[in-house]
Design a protein around this ligand. Structure first.
Ligand SMILES: [Zn+2]
Length: 359
């Protein structure tokens, strides 16, 4: 323990973003990405006495527009209002019903979209797990401000700041929502670091799932290195990305590192893969703080994932992250074993802070 409090950037605005229901494997289930997740993490961190709550500051729309298409931002911000204006009673979340895949318009010059945003959802969403409710747009916007405020604090000298982002972000692409994600908080932070003068930014994604959105956004960028440890997409969401041979676009070959992990992977094997990612990041040699996409769905009891980390393993992950010797902007992504989220966050962030404090 270093004595100084760790900034915990958080807001209650996420509470109104309660998706209620998602379609998982074709079955309607209560949405795993629930407000209780962030409440559990916040309460557990604050109970340690080591954290200081910091409210996010408004960074305006420009950092979001630097990463996402304006039409996507417009969709997120207005889909609910358009539905209500069209007579929707608001008793259930908005989910897409049809998907405008590339093949839909194959060989055709153009396909029109409905004017009402809620009827366009399937043109911008890749799954049935991303419900939109009345509080979604506000929560998504505030999650970005949380992430950017955490970045401000680290750039201001804090070795570690934790942004309790909800909704998460790493599945959101430049023109795509999905996987409970609307705006890509980590990508927006990485881009803002570039805008503030960094020439090499690294994002490390330790969420259980591949961050398809982050990979897509920076696919052709050799100034942003993206490394991800995740469940093997050959058997699990998001299925269509995250394979080891995806190394970046032709203008950025080698700037993308995917480390898919077999079902049941436990701590030691996980840490070995983490070391591979950290070595690659050290070689890339970022000149900005590390952006950490932090998920706890690698936990053995996570209800929708298949790795096998224990709470003690998260402390080991935190120690390893500190060994990189760089300040860390940690941004919350997934994790759905609500009863264990707090302990796992305490373990990882505490060990990370202690490790950074020793350096
Ligand atoms: Zn995840």
């Amino acid at each position: 323990m270093t004595g100084r409090p760790i900034p915990l950037v958080a807001s209650d605005d996420h509470l109104a973003h309660d998706g209620l229901v998602e379609l998982l494997g074709g079955v309607a289930v209560p949405c795993y990405e629930s407000p209780a997740r962030a409440v559990a993490i916040r309460d557990a961190l604050m109970a340690t006495g080591r954290y200081e709550i910091t409210a996010p500051t408004d960074h305006g729309p420009d950092p979001i527009a630097a990463v996402h298409e304006l039409e996507l931002i417009d969709l997120v911000e207005h889909a609910w209002a358009d539905a209500v204006a069209a007579g929707f009673d608001g008793t259930r979340p908005l989910l897409p019903e049809t998907f405008r895949l590339a093949a839909y318009a194959s060989g055709m010059e153009a396909v029109s979209l409905p004017a009402a945003r809620h009827l366009r959802l399937g043109a911008y969403c890749f799954d049935t797990a991303t419900p939109i409710v009345a509080g979604t747009a506000r929560a998504a916007r505030v999650a970005v401000d949380i992430a950017l405020t955490a970045a401000d604090l680290v750039l201001g000298g804090a070795p570690l700041a934790y942004g309790l982002c909800r909704p998460p972000g790493h599945h959101a692409g430049s023109n795509l929502i999905g996987g409970y994600c609307f705006f890509n908080n980590a990508a927006i932070v990485a881009q803002s670091l570039v805008a503030r003068g960094a020439s090499r930014v690294a994002i490390l994604d330790v969420d259980f799932h591949h961050g398809n959105g982050t990979q897509q956004i920076f696919w052709q960028r050799d100034d942003v290195f993206y490394a991800s440890l995740h469940g093997d997409p050959a058997g699990i969401y998001p299925y269509y990305s995250g394979y080891a041979d995806e190394r970046g676009g032709e203008r950025a070959s080698g700037a993308n590192l995917n480390l898919p992990l077999a079902p049941g992977t436990e701590g030691d094997a996980y840490l070995a893969a983490l070391d591979t990612a950290l070595e690659a990041i050290a070689t890339f040699d970022p000149d900005a703080p590390l952006v950490l996409s932090l998920g706890f769905d690698t936990y053995h009891a996570d209800p929708i994932c298949n790795l096998a980390l224990q709470t003690d393993d998260y402390a080991r992950v935190g120690e390893r992250l500190a060994s990189l010797g760089r300040p860390v902007i940690a941004l919350q992504e997934g994790g759905y074993a609500v009863e264990a989220l707090g302990a796992n966050a305490v373990a990882l962030l505490g060990a990370l802070d202690e490790g950074l404090g020793r350096r």
